[in-house]
Structure formats: C-alpha cells, structure tokens
Design a protein. Structure first.
Lengths: 317, 317
C-alpha cells in the first residue's frame, strides 16, 4: 500500500513570532534579525517574523516594526507577521510584509482570556483586516487558534471550528490555518475536521499549525496530508506554544521544524527547506538561547546521527 | 475524510524484556515479578516477560526461568518470552509460556554482531523452534529486527525484509512482527513494506514493534494501521531499544506504551489496555528505576493533564 500524500509541502517557520514571544527574556533585535536571515537561507517557504501586537501585551516582540524593517527580504520567501486587529494590520502594511496571520480563536473563553475580545469582535477585526489587505496587496491567512482543544473548555466541537472557517472565508481571507494550539489533537480528529472543511470549501488553501504536547503531531501531519493538506507551521527547536507545561514538558511546544522537515524528506515529499541547514540553525538557536528541546533531529535521531554514533562507539547496540 | 483504521488494536508490553535487558543494573527478581503482575492488571493483551538467552549474553535477564515461574498468569493475557535459539525454546517450554518471540534480524551484519549467527543459521533455529512449538502447543511469533534500518548497513532493502518474512512463514510461525529496531523508519516506508507483506501473505498476522528514535513512531503506527496492522509492541516509559543513543536521546528507545494507548484511545480504537492503569505503572516504574523518559503522557501531555495544569495555574497560556 502506498499512502496518498501530496507531492510537495510548504513549511512555515514560526520561531521568530511563536518562539520569541514565548521566552521570558527579550531577544535583542540584532539577534532576532540575524536569526530570521539565517532561517530565510534554509529554503523555508515562509517565516512569521514578528507580531504587531501592542507592546504591552507582548513585550518580547515590542521591536516588531524594527525587525520587519531590518530583515533581509529574500526572493521566494514569504515574510508574514501576526496581526491581532486592524491597528496591527496598519503597522503590518507600513512594515511592508507579504502576508499577515490574522489570529482568531474558536473557543470563546480562550478568545476573551487571550485576546480580550469575543470571537465575534475578532471576526469583525478580520473583516477590516481583509479590506485593508485588498487595498495594499497583502495576503491574509486566518490562523485559527484552539481549532481542536481549548485549555479551558476541553475538546472544541467540530461545528464551532467549521463555523469560524465559514466566517473567515466569507471575510475574504486567502488561506486558513487550523491550529492545534494545545497540542492535543489526534489523527482521527484532524482528518475528520479537514475532511469537513474541504467538503464545504473544496478549493480552500488550508494548512495546519503544529503543536506537540501529546507527541502525536507528526501523526497529525500525516493524517492532514492524506486529506490533501500540504502547508504546515512549525518552529525550530519546537520553541513556542500556547500553553507552556510545567516540569518535563517545558521544552515541548510547537513541533520542531527540523523534525517536520526530516519526516517530509524521509517520505520523499518535496520541501524547499533543507534539513541540514534547518538543523544547523536549530542547533545554533538551542545553544544561544540555552533551550531544552524535544527535537529528535537535534538529539541525533536521524539515519546519519545513529550511524555516526554507532560508528564512533557512542551508541550501545 | 475519515481514516480507514482497524476497530481495535492489540497492545504488547515489552518492558520486562526489552526494557530490563537494556538497563545496566540487574533489577531484582522480586521487583521484576511485581512489575509484570502490575502490567498484567492494566488490561494489556500480551507481555514479553523475559528472554531465554544465555545468562552470559544478557546477564540482566539471568533470572528468566524464575521470573516465568513466579509471575501471575492472568486470564486473557498472553505471556510470551524471547527465544534466540532452540536451547532457549526448550527453556521456554519448561517455563510454560504461551508464546515465544523467535528473534531474527534481516541485516546480516546486525545478525552476526548481535546474535553471533548468520541470518541463515537463525532461520534454521526458527524451524527447530516451530517444530518444538507444535509439539507443545506454544505459539511462535517471529520478531524481525532491523526490518527497516540497520545501525551498520543503513536502510535495509525491502526485498531482504520480504525474503525473511517468506522464510519465517514457511518455517511455520503463527505471526510476524516487523521491528523498527533503529527507530528510523518513516510512514511511507512502513506502509509500503506492510503493503508488500500483505500482498504476498494476505492472511498473515503481522504486527509492528515500535522504537522512536526519529519521533515518527506514532505516525508509523497510523500508517501501519491504515494497512490493516492492529498489533503493536511498546514499552512503558519507552524503556528499551536496540541502540541507545548518547546524551539527550538516552531516554528514547521504544515507544512508550502510555503514548501508544493514549493515541489509540483518542482515535476511538478499542484496546484492552487502560490508559489510566498503564500510566500509573509507567509513573511508578519511572520513579523506581529513576528513568529519564520521553513519555508525553507521563509529562502531562493529555487533555486531563493540560486542563489540570492550566486550572492549577501551572501552565502559562
């Protein structure tokens, strides 16, 4: 049997926004710019470089305008930024990004707690964002937080998720990304949800934003690909995540880009991101930021890594 | 879209053999027996309780006969033991196990280094084991190490794996288990291999022995299930593994049973193993043996774990 997978996949790098936002410490702007520039040289298709949120809400990304102004714009790479509302959108337009991630959450409780707005209010902002985008040739992606689970409400009913998909499509977004914000989705839920999305919107550009709290994110990637999804958000070292868990899970958030790219490459699915270059950046980021990470690639969990370890007598067979 | 998965799955617990074998220290027999008895109360279908290998080859399992004699035989649970050759098989028969894992490796280099026999010699042993089994009503499973990757030879050609499947089926085994010994298999490779196996042997009871070096083991589980595979070997805490990697990967070996059972339960696939009870045993084993583990369930990566952490203010959303 061969799995029915897309021939190629688009990899979106979330570290500069989802990752840096999550850290307690402010990463100096020079360092952010340098890391984004290194990421854009890995072949990754798209990078979420920052968030145009109010500096008081996310102080670690208070340098959004400067980051956007200073990063190298490499041909073939899409530079995208998160915008929580129309004010953020205006800043994003001034900063000349290619695309914005217009964030909406499906869970009402999460929306109020995280964005201090109702889902209805956020959908109003997305309509305004889409109007501004049309005037300035900026693409809009709706990043749909808590599409599967909410940390307050538990499992999110699929119909709620589908309703929000309908609404953002109506508002005129170019693409939709369902986010496993809690990292708790499972492959059956992912397949059933994307199946229902494509039933209603057969031509929709729908992607999956990956978190890995339950360890099922690569299985979820596979399930999504079997539904025809070919665009995935990940973060080098896995840095990021909607909920940071205590203790041993502290290093687990997003799915490590290197682990995603590793699986795509192993399966023969074309991706522009180069595993070696992504791994080099991931290693550097881990060392600089002194991260604990759940990355399998960084830990040597590749064919080359294992053969090298065994040849060097480090592995104990 | 809904994934085409089996309605139910069989979970085989490998800790008492694959796990205890791997430890540097000898786990006292009393403790082994107690852990096996606790495992058999989790609902797990089958337990590999020990290995009838020469005590000099695997000193940590030198108490195989005593363990087999002392563990409680619970109705509905299959008690199986690894046997490397006909001498081990005779001990297994004396010990009255229900089933044996007749180990063979596909890679010639691995076979010589690990079992000090050629693949051909091992296949001869399996024929002898099957003859003894028939006389004593013991089931035989062929556990096929390095079915996908070898730590010395790299990727194992699929035809080699299929040849060995043919040979063990000819020898008369009741079931075959392909092992991702190196934890480097990917979902496409898994699907293509099982697809080819079932093409040649449509009614074969074929299972998958899971290791997780590359983090793809749950994706591999999904791919295998889509081919019709419904029997999986895992180990609580993930303890075990053909190659123990240095440094950060030291806690990664087999796929944690609790993570496997978690995914099955989340997907609505029936399994007799109870997630709560498996997790309790895993936590206890981790604490007693002071293991570092990559288990997502133990780290709180479940719906209940995350909701509890957030409610307690431990999670940072």
């Amino acid at each position: 049997m061969s799995l029915d997978l897309p021939d190629s996949a688009t990899v979106v790098e979330m570290l500069p926004r989802d990752g840096f936002q999550r850290l307690d410490e402010f990463v100096p702007t020079d360092e952010k710019v340098e890391i984004v520039d290194r990421l854009s040289a890995t072949g990754v298709d798209e990078i979420e470089i920052t968030s145009f949120t109010h500096p008081r809400a996310v102080p670690t990304l208070r340098d959004a305008d400067e980051v956007a102004a200073r990063v190298e714009r490499r041909d073939g790479v899409t530079y995208r930024a998160l915008v929580p509302n129309r004010v953020g959108m205006e800043r994003a337009i001034d900063a000349d990004v290619d695309k914005v991630n217009a964030l909406v959450t499906v869970s009402e409780t999460y929306s109020r707690k995280n964005q201090n707005m109702t889902v209805e209010e956020i959908l109003g902002e997305i309509e305004a964002i889409c109007e501004l985008a049309a005037d300035h040739s900026v693409e809009v992606e709706a990043g749909m937080g808590t599409s599967f689970y909410c940390p307050y409400e538990g499992r999110v009913p699929r119909d709620r998720t589908l309703d929000v998909v309908d609404r953002v499509v109506e508002a005129g977004v170019d693409e939709v990304t369902l986010a496993t914000t809690m990292g708790l989705a499972n492959p059956v839920q992912v397949a059933e949800t994307f199946g229902a999305v494509f039933e209603r919107h057969p031509d929709l550009d729908a992607g999956l934003h990956l978190h890995d709290t339950n360890g099922m994110s690569l299985a979820n990637t596979l399930a999504a690909m079997e539904c025809g999804v070919s665009r995935f958000d990940a973060s080098v070292c896995g840095l990021g995540g909607g909920v940071v868990l205590p203790g041993e899970m502290s290093g687990v958030g997003n799915t490590p880009t290197e682990d995603l790219v590793h699986m795509l490459a192993a399966m023969g699915v074309d991706a522009n991101a180069d595993l070696g270059r992504v791994t080099d950046v991931a290693r550097d980021v881990r060392d600089r930021l002194e991260l604990s990470t759940a990355s399998h690639v960084l830990a040597g969990g590749t064919v080359e890594g294992v053969l090298d370890a065994v040849a060097a007598g480090e592995g104990n067979d």
